[in-house]
Design a protein around this ligand. Structure first.
Ligand code: BES
Ligand code: MN
Ligand code: ZN
Length: 506
């Protein structure tokens, strides 16, 4: 690692993704639990039967304050053998894949001090056995995630075994779904690790080195472009944003090629601002801005999603562009009034150096267009306006092709990574006019997520395109179902699902 960080940290440090293959645990569907488990959870709905194996009836549970509501759990001490938990499952008639994922998350977190755990589901409604296997794996592994790489004495108990018993379901069906959930959670947790890693530990150069080092493990073609190569490519946006930094920028181009004839080709573009200080439009010293180490959450989600594709036999080919630099103020920083030239020649007047995301994304989108893919999807922690309008639970979705947007919505519904489509309102486009250049990087005071999306739209050359603004959803203030406090990894599972289901729209 030739970057500043190598002077601050031990030379052998690399971010250690929590769930790389060598760390994968035993995860099995069973008809009866092994006798040596440490903890067993029984899902209990708010109505209907209580599993007799729990040893307590509904009245006894109610006296202990447990009603079976989603998110509730009750520890039931035992004389010997595994500790038992009642886990709230909500109304029996309302069970969905999302609630089953949440049940698994609630239990995994309640049993956080236990390494060998078993979850018993007596009803799963209309959720197919394979889907149960998948979402239980996701909920369990996502809820147990903690970023503890930098703790001297991590207080986490790693899972070593998970057993899942689903009453009335063939174990073969449940078993079949588990690997997809394990791989999806592994990806999301990798995205979380990347976003949680402090900016001094993960520079653009470090990210590129990590991508190169993991390429073979995950069957990816990784090509890294350094500063000189970005100059040769004419990526004036990425270079302009990088100008104030002591760290070099990196553009990481990643290819995934399926075995056999691809059923489609998608280009992905991720915002990789390793730290966003705002540049000379400096952000105030607000606790919120601690989170600007996560301003590479889009690039992290793209990279993480790519690591799942071979294991899940995706037939969609992917070309990805991760646009990586930090955004820093200094004597060499880009200034308000500067004009940057994007890959492809579009000139952009800089009216705010904190609107840097769109400047690095414009080069990535222009490069994506050159691949002539069937569709382009970009993902970026782009605007505070997305957080203000939709909050931390839902990301903003935009697009120029409704059929493609619907595919993104379907992936969102399957993964519980919520999206809400906002209009790409063309009336606001003139807010991006500049007196001196082709475009300005700043819109008006309203609809900031939309004007940012309109800016990106200028670079997709009319190809089918969807844009996901994850500024609100990139982090969670607290443990909350599958989200663990800190970086959420939002977008990794959604992109995996999207790519696995992708169909050409034109
Ligand atoms: N990275 C920020 C957006 C952001 C805000 C992400 C809050 C996560 C949480 C982005 O680069 C930014 O600074 N956007 C500005 C744009 C504005 C200057 C037009 C914003 O939203 O304030
Ligand atoms: Mn910014
Ligand atoms: Zn930013």
């Amino acid at each position: 690692m030739a970057s500043l960080s190598s002077r601050l940290i031990p030379a052998d440090f690399t971010p250690a993704p929590s769930l790389l293959p060598e760390r994968v645990i035993d995860f099995d569907a069973v008809t009866a639990f092994s006798p040596d488990l440490d903890a067993i959870g029984f899902a209990v709905t708010t109505d209907g039967e209580v599993d007799a194996a729990l040893g307590l009836d509904r009245a006894a549970l109610a006296r202990a304050g447990f009603e079976g509501k989603p998110g509730q759990s009750l520890l039931i001490a035992t004389v010997d053998g595994p500790v038992v938990f009642a886990v709230g499952a909500g109304a029996a008639g309302e069970l969905t894949a999302d609630t089953v994922r949440d049940i698994a998350a609630t239990f995994a977190r309640a049993a956080s001090s236990h390494a060998r755990i078993g979850l018993s589901l007596s009803v799963v409604g209309a959720v197919a056995p394979e889907s149960v296997g998948q979402v239980v794996a996701e909920g369990t592994l996502l809820a147990r995630y903690r970023y503890s790489e930098l703790k001297s004495e991590p207080k986490v108990t790693a899972l070593t075994a998970v057993e899942l018993r689903v009453e009335g379901a063939e174990t073969s069906g449940v078993t079949a779904g588990i690997p997809r959930g394990v791989v999806a959670a592994r990806s999301a947790n990798l995205a979380r690790d990347l976003a949680n890693t402090p900016p001094g530990y993960l520079t653009a150069t470090d990210f590129a080195d990590l991508a190169l080092s993991l390429a073979e493990t995950f069957g990816l073609d990784v090509e890294v472009f350094d500063k000189q190569q970005l100059i040769d490519l004419g990526c004036g946006g990425l270079l302009g944003v990088n100008a104030g930094s002591a760290e070099e920028p990196r553009m990481i181009k990643i290819g995934y090629t399926p075995n056999g004839e691809p059923t489609g080709h998608v280009a992905l573009v991720g915002k990789g601002i390793m730290y966003d200080s705002g540049g000379i439009s400096l952000k105030p010293s607000d606790p919120m801005h601690l989170a600007m180490k996560m301003d590479m959450g889009g690039a992290a989600a793209v990279f993480a999603a790519l690591t799942a594709l071979r294991d899940l036999s995706s037939t969609t080919a992917v070309t990805a562009f991760l646009m990586c630099t930090d955004n820093m103020p200094s004597g060499s920083a880009y200034k308000l009034g500067d004009v940057l030239t994007a890959r492809g020649g579009t000139t952009v007047e800089v009216k705010n150096t904190d609107a840097e995301g769109r400047l690095v994304m414009m080069d990535g989108l222009a490069l994506a267009v050159e691949e002539q893919p069937d569709a382009i999807v970009d993902i970026a922690t782009l605007t505070g306006a997305a957080l203000v309008s939709l909050g931390p639970a839902t990301a903003a979705l935009f697009g120029n092709d409704q059929a493609l947007v619907e595919q993104a919505k379907a992936a969102s519904a399957a993964t519980d990574e919520q999206l809400w489509q906002l209009p790409l309102e063309k009336k606001y486009r003139k807010q991006l006019d500049s007196d001196v250049a082709d475009l300005s990087n700043l819109g008006g005071p309203y609809a900031g997520a939309t004007t940012a999306a309109l800016f990106l739209n200028e670079f997709v050359a009319g190809l089918p395109w969807a844009h996901i603004d994850i500024a609100g959803t990139m982090q969670s203030a607290a443990d909350d179902s599958w989200r663990s406090k800190g970086a959420t990894g939002f977008g990794a599972r959604l992109l995996i699902d999207f790519l696995l289901g992708f169909r050409r729209v034109r």
